[in-house]
Design a protein around this ligand. Sequence first.
Ligand SMILES: [Zn+2]
Length: 279
Amino acid sequence: MDKYTLLPEQLLYEGTITERQFFTAEPLSEAAILRTHTQEYWSKLQHGTLSRKEERAIGFPMRPELIARGRVIAQGTLDCARYARRDGVALNVAGGTHHSFAGRGEGFCVFNDIAIAANELLHTGEVGKVLIVDLDVHQGNGTAKLFAEEPRVFTFSMHGARNYPTRKERSDLDIGLPDGTGDTVYLDILYRHLPQLLDGVQPDLVFYLSGVDVLETDKLGRLAMTLQGCKERDRFVLQSCLDRQLPVAIAMGGGYSERLATIIEAHANTYRVAASLYG
Ligand SMILES: [Zn+2]
């Protein structure tokens, strides 16, 4: 949890961003929650009536402050999407909770922030077509399932084939990578697929889930990317969007390297790349 305070501090300290580039989100409206999540799930969250089993799937005991926090994070991703449409890019210092489904959470994810933001913008008509580029090492199973029947949202997930979740959902495009995949192979696959996707889908907005659990140092990741390779991944995604003038909203996703400094460095790189390309 420390990364959520340390990352902004690092970015300010090194001058990648300034205080006035920050925004603070309000809690997400109930209407927006219910465009993505079921009434039943929302009621259970509100009244603290999730079963033990449901709580275990999420991975922590539910407390009102965690729900409040989840609402702010989800609104943050929605705000990012709107700022991205204005400024080209915007980043959430949290979010990317892609294991959350309509009626349940799992894998530390309560609300699906990107799904909520996409659904809200489609509902208001702010966008007509959305592409989700999920490069967290874990498959975006909740997101895939939520949009399985939604032709206006294209879900792309590139993830460790043998990693969690064991039972994968079907994204519009899934690329499962073998354990130990390093920079060269990883980047080559990304270079081959992403430009085609951006040109084929022609979205009004891209959501990018920039999890840094692809690193070789990651305790859960099972891949073998270097910090430099991970930074190049971010650069390529952003440059590809920028070349096509596609707004991109970024949610942070996972990162579980042994050293906290490595996690911060990898996430900070996403911001550094954004600052250098859009600055
Ligand atoms: Zn992950």
